[in-house]
Design a protein around this ligand. Structure first.
Ligand SMILES: C[S@@+](CC[C@H](N)C(=O)[O-])C[C@H]1O[C@@H](n2cnc3c(N)ncnc32)[C@H](O)[C@@H]1O
Length: 272
């Protein structure tokens, strides 16, 4: 994998500055909706994640307060009533707060843990040593296999997984610019090996639009893939991220409708 950093110490991105921002709302709401649909059938499924982060975030921590991204993100959209209590994202938020306190915010692995059942399994990779230690501590009670390793290598090595039903979330921090070039090849490799898997790739919409060639390659290789993008006001002046995108192969029934609902909500977000 050309996108692999030479060492974990090269990674500087830490999601606790950004947890609960509008990109997380987009990604996590779609993820929760897909998991909820798959979990309705009484058959086991697997949740695989390449870039897991630390699993649990404190929105009252100095890092979160410093950027204000969660205040402009999940806190704001909950005030606006975007998610009914029965929405799977709201259920995962409620389960996390009940266990970890009112300021807790679930990362994607904890959202999966909240929505999966005893018969399901979880397989997670995270390369950063501190993030991995935190992830392992928070996920241990839920069970699963957690590895401090390159997530792309891990996913390639275990696909097609057992059971065959499941979701792979790829949520890189895009610290290494070559990731935009290597991800289409990675997605194609996994999709070839696991043609029934739900494969979801998140990407940022930046002012410089580095995602455009990546999406061109992905849509050319997978014309049936679901591409969904939302735009939002920058978290603060000069912030480069202008929106959030998800490219999904084998999107479960209902994903398109939820994406359309979210699209309308994001479009109506006051630009103050
Ligand atoms: C955007 S964060 C993940 C957030 C998480 N998916 C969530 O939604 O809660 C990206 C994470 O990927 C980790 N990372 C970067 N390169 C990696 C690699 N090659 N393999 C595994 N993890 C990696 C970073 O340390 C960081 O914690």
């Amino acid at each position: 994998m050309g996108a692999k950093p030479e060492s974990a110490e090269m990674l500087s991105y830490q999601h606790h500055y950004h947890a609960g921002n509008l990109a997380d709302v987009h990604k996590h709401a779609l993820l929760a909706s897909m998991l909820d649909y798959l979990a309705q059938k009484p058959k086991p499924l697997i949740y695989i994640e390449t870039h897991s982060g630390r699993g649990l975030y404190a929105l009252d921590a100095p890092e979160a307060l410093k950027t204000g991204e969660a205040a402009a993100g999940i806190a704001r959209v909950e005030r606006l009533g975007w998610f009914a209590p029965t929405h799977p994202y709201a259920r995962a938020l409620a389960a996390t707060r009940a266990k970890h306190g009112a300021s807790a915010y679930p990362g994607s692995p904890l959202i999966a843990a909240a929505l999966l059942r005893q018969i399901d399994s979880i397989r997670l990779a995270e390369l950063h040593p501190q993030e991995f230690a935190a992830l392992r501590a928070v996920m241990a009670p839920h069970g699963g296999i957690f590895e401090q390793t390159d997530g792309l290598q891990m996913a390639l090595s275990i696909t097609p997984p057992t059971p065959r039903r499941g979701i792979l979330l790829i949520d890189p921090s895009y610290e290494i610019k070559s990731e935009y070039e290597t991800l289409p090849g990675f997605v194609a490799n996994v999709a070839r090996k696991w043609n029934v898997g739900v494969i979801a790739l998140w990407y940022p919409l930046l002012a410089t639009a580095p995602h455009i060639p990546m999406l061109a390659a992905l849509t050319a290789a997978h014309p049936a893939g679901l591409r969904h993008e939302v735009r939002f006001p920058p978290a603060r002046e000069g912030h480069g991220m202008q929106g959030s995108g998800m490219f999904i192969l084998n999107a479960p029934w209902g994903t398109e409708a939820e994406a359309a609902r979210l699209g309308k909500l994001f479009a109506a977000l006051p630009r103050d």
